[in-house]
Design a protein around this ligand. Structure first.
Ligand SMILES: NC(=O)c1ccc[n+]([C@@H]2O[C@H](COP(=O)([O-])OP(=O)(O)OC[C@H]3O[C@@H](n4cnc5c(N)ncnc54)[C@H](OP(=O)(O)O)[C@@H]3O)[C@@H](O)[C@H]2O)c1
Length: 365
C-alpha cells in the first residue's frame, strides 16, 4: 500500500517542502501503525525546516510534532490496543503523513466524540501551556502573568488555561490580534508599537509574577525587567533565531541546532547571580517528556477531560489537507494567525472518522 507524506529536502524556506508518495511503513515489533487524522502545524516545524530548532533531524525528514490518528495495524508484541481506536502522540517529527509507525508506549488514548483538530491542539500547545503554568511556574490564583505571543498557538492555550487558574493576564501581540487576546481575558500590549516593560510597570506598578517568553535571546532580559522581585521568566522558545541573520531561507541551509541556546544559559546564570530574586528558567516539552513520560500522559489525559467538559476551546485558525502543508506553513510564517493551523485527513470529526474511512474504502473498491 502507498501513502502520501511531506519531506523537507534541504534546510531553508517553504520551497524545501515536497509532497511524496511512497510505500506505507510497516510496524516493527512493539510498534503501532497509525492513520493520521490531524497533524498540527507549529513554529517548531518551521524552525526545524530552517535547521535552527534543537530537535532538527538530519535530511531528508518528514516534519510534524503532534498528531491524532486511528490505530491501523499492530506490530508483534502489541497488546491492549485495538485497530480503530483513536490515539494521540508527540513524535516531534513525522506527523505530516498519511501513516506513521510509533512505539505503543508513545500513544495516549483520545476520548470518543472529540474533533481531531481540536484534540491535536492539546498535544503540543496545551501541554506546553499547562506544564509551564502548573509544573514550571506553579501559578496561584490572583497572580499576574505576562504572556508573549498571546494570540498564537501556545499563547491562546496559556490564556484559556490561565483564566481557569484565576490569573490576571497581560499579553503581547500585534494590533490586529488584540481583540482575540481581550476576548480570552488578557490585556493586550502591542509588541510592535509599545515598550512592554514600561507598559507592564505602568499597569501593575511592581511588575508581574511570571513572564512566559517564547522569543529568547536578549528579549529574555527585557522580560526579566517586567518581573516583580521574586518573580520568574519561563523561557520556552528561540523565535528570535528565525529573524534576520538567523533565517536560513534563501541561503544554502545548514543545520544550526544550538544557535541561541548559549545566550539562554547566560540569562539563567544571570538570574541566579544578580540581585532582585528574579529567575529565568527554561521549559522544554520534549526534555520533560523524556525525563518524566508519566507527566506527559497524565497532563494530556487531564486536558482531554477539560476539552470534553468544554472548559477549554482550542481555536483552530485554519484546516488544510496534508498536500497543502506548504501553504499552511507559509500562512503561519506570515503572522497574524490566531490559534492553531491543522493538517487534516478528509473529515476531522473523530466520531465520523470510522464512517468516513469505510465510505472511502467502499468508493475505492
Ligand atoms: N519549549 C517548548 O516545549 C515549546 C513547545 C511548543 C512551542 N514552543 C515555542 O513556542 C513558540 C510559539 O509557537 P507557536 O506554534 O504557538 O507559534 P505561533 O502560533 O506562530 O505564535 C507565535 C506568536 O508570536 C507573536 N509574535 C511574533 N513576534 C513577537 C514579539 N516580538 N513579541 C511578542 N509576540 C510576538 C505572533 O504574533 P503576530 O503573528 O500577530 O505577529 C504570534 O501570535 C515558538 O517559539 C516555539 O518554538 C516551545
Amino acid at each position: 500500500m502507498r501513502h502520501t507524506r511531506i519531506i523537507v529536502t534541504h534546510y531553508g524556506g517553504p520551497d524545501a517542502l515536497r509532497v511524496v508518495e511512497d510505500e506505507c511503513p510497516e510496524p516493527k515489533d512493539g510498534e503501532v501503525r497509525v492513520r493520521v487524522l490531524a497533524a498540527g502545524v507549529c513554529l517548531p516545524d518551521i524552525m526545524a525546516r530552517e535547521g535552527v530548532h534543537p530537535e532538527t533531524p538530519p535530511l531528508p525528514f518528514t516534519p510534524g510534532w503532534d498528531l491524532v490518528g486511528e490505530v491501523d495495524r499492530l506490530g508483534n508484541g502489541v497488546f491492549g490496543i485495538e485497530p480503530g481506536q483513536v490515539v494521540a502522540a508527540l513524535p516531534i517529527h513525522g506527523a505530516y503523513a498519511d501513516f506513521v509507525c510509533l512505539p505503543q508506549r508513545e500513544l495516549v488514548p483520545v476520548p470518543s466524540g472529540l474533533d481531531a483538530a481540536e484534540a491535536v491542539s492539546l498535544v503540543l500547545n496545551y501541554i506546553t501551556a499547562y506544564q509551564m503554568l502548573h509544573r514550571s511556574a506553579k501559578v496561584k490564583s490572583g497572580q499576574r502573568v505576562l504572556i508573549h505571543g498571546a494570540a498564537g498557538g501556545v499563547g491562546t492555550a496559556l490564556l484559556q488555561l490561565g483564566r481557569l487558574a484565576g490569573l490576571e493576564m497581560y499579553g503581547t501581540c500585534s494590533s490586529r490580534s488584540a481583540p482575540a487576546v481581550s476576548d480570552l481575558g488578557g490585556i493586550p500590549i502591542d509588541y510592535a508599537h509599545q515598550d512592554f516593560v514600561k507598559e507592564v510597570h505602568r499597569l501593575t506598578s511592581e511588575g508581574v509574577d511570571v513572564v512566559f517568553d517564547p522569543i529568547g535571546g536578549t528579549h529574555l532580559w527585557d522580560s526579566r525587567k517586567a518581573l516583580r522581585p521574586g518573580g520568574r521568566v519561563v523561557g520556552y522558545g528561540l523565535r528570535s533565531s528565525l529573524r534576520g541573520e538567523g533565517l536560513a531561507s534563501g541561503r544554502p541551509g545548514r543545520r544550526q541546532r544550538f544557535r541561541g541556546t548559549a545566550i539562554f544559559g547566560l540569562f539563567i546564570a544571570g538570574g541566579w547571580l544578580l540581585p532582585g530574586r528574579k529567575r529565568v528558567v527554561p521549559y522544554s516539552i520534549q526534555t520533560l517528556k523524556r525525563l518524566k513520560p508519566e507527566f506527559f500522559r497524565q497532563d494530556l489525559i487531564a486536558l482531554f477531560d477539560l476539552l470534553q467538559q468544554k472548559k477549554i476551546n482550542p481555536l483552530i485558525a485554519q484546516r488544510f489537507p496534508l498536500a497543502e502543508a506548504r501553504h499552511a506553513q507559509e500562512l503561519l510564517e506570515k503572522g497574524g494567525v490566531i490559534g492553531k493551523i491543522v493538517l487534516v485527513r478528509n473529515r476531522s470529526s473523530l466520531g465520523s472518522a470510522a464512517a468516513a474511512l469505510a465510505a472511502s474504502e467502499i468508493a475505492a473498491s
